[in-house]
Design a protein around this ligand. Structure first.
Ligand SMILES: O=C(O)c1cc(=O)[nH]c(=O)n1[C@@H]1O[C@H](COP(=O)(O)O)[C@@H](O)[C@H]1O
Length: 241
């Protein structure tokens, strides 16, 4: 399936809704309540609970799929897991950029020729500048650290990354100078104005994320935990333009 590499112009196709649920039943229920959503994310909780069932059901509904497994292990193990994961025919699959170049190259070799695009997760959107220094002991500012990881992903052959909307504009201009105009940026850490931030740290509104140049926005709780997910979706789409 063709992945849209242009900055977001159509929220209906470029917002990915996270199916963060503990069972296939709850996930499929939300899909069927929101037929207008074309792109869904299956993360660890749902994949561990009921992965193959959900992925089959999403395929049967002709949905695009972001399989968010955030692989991170030695190169051989990640390559083997990636080989198996491509069999699901997901559009996106995540690995952690901090696993290093050899790991990313090994995984990239496994998706070559498949319909799955690997995305490198840079710095999780839940991690704030203070935690990067005090917990992770990384003596860099967030934009510099994220840039290093994304450039490493690019040098490893990947053509997309997950980062917070705060970093996208800077990364776009950085990658232009390295011939990476078509790099795909997927941004979680998106919160409609006035909504609960929860465990996220580096957040922006949908409109701000789009203006920053994100190709796709990942949105979970503001839709999947909303009292009326259809109204929440509609409101977010309206807020994007
Ligand atoms: O890879 C991801 O999708 C991801 C990366 C990241 O840095 N931050 C992040 O929040 N995510 C995912 O994006 C979704 C965000 O959910 P909400 O915070 O509920 O909108 C969750 O499913 C996270 O697992």
């Amino acid at each position: 399936m063709k992945i849209n590499l242009n900055p977001v112009v159509d929220p209906q196709t470029q917002i990915i809704v996270a199916l963060d649920f503990p069972s296939a039943r709850e996930a499929i229920d939300l899909c069927d309540r929101l037929p207008q959503v074309s792109f869904w994310k299956v993360g660890l909780e749902l994949f561990i609970a009921d992965g193959s069932t959900v992925l089959r059901e999403l395929k049967a509904r002709n949905k695009k799929i972001f399989l968010d497994l955030k692989l991170h292990d030695i190169p051989n193990t990640v390559a083997s897991a990636t080989r198996v994961a491509t069999k699901y025919g997901a559009d996106f699959l995540t690995i952690h950029a901090s696993g290093g170049k050899a790991m990313m190259q090994a995984a990239q070799a496994e998706v070559a020729g498949s319909s799955t695009q690997l995305l490198a997760v840079s710095l999780l959107t839940s991690i704030a500048a203070e935690a990067l220094k005090s917990d992770l002991q990384v003596p860099l500012e967030v934009p510099d650290y994220v840039s290093k990881l994304v450039l490493l992903a690019q040098a490893s052959g990947l053509s997309g990354a997950v980062c917070s909307p705060h970093e996208v504009a800077n990364l776009r201009s950085l990658l232009k100078s390295t011939g990476g105009d078509e790099f795909c940026f997927v941004t979680p850490g998106v919160r409609p104005a006035g909504s609960t931030v929860g465990d996220q740290s580096r957040v922006m509104t949908p409109k701000e994320a789009i203006a920053a140049g994100a190709n796709y926005l990942v949105i979970g709780r503001p839709i999947n935990a909303a009292p009326d997910p259809a109204i929440a979706w509609e409101q977010i789409c309206q807020d994007c333009v």
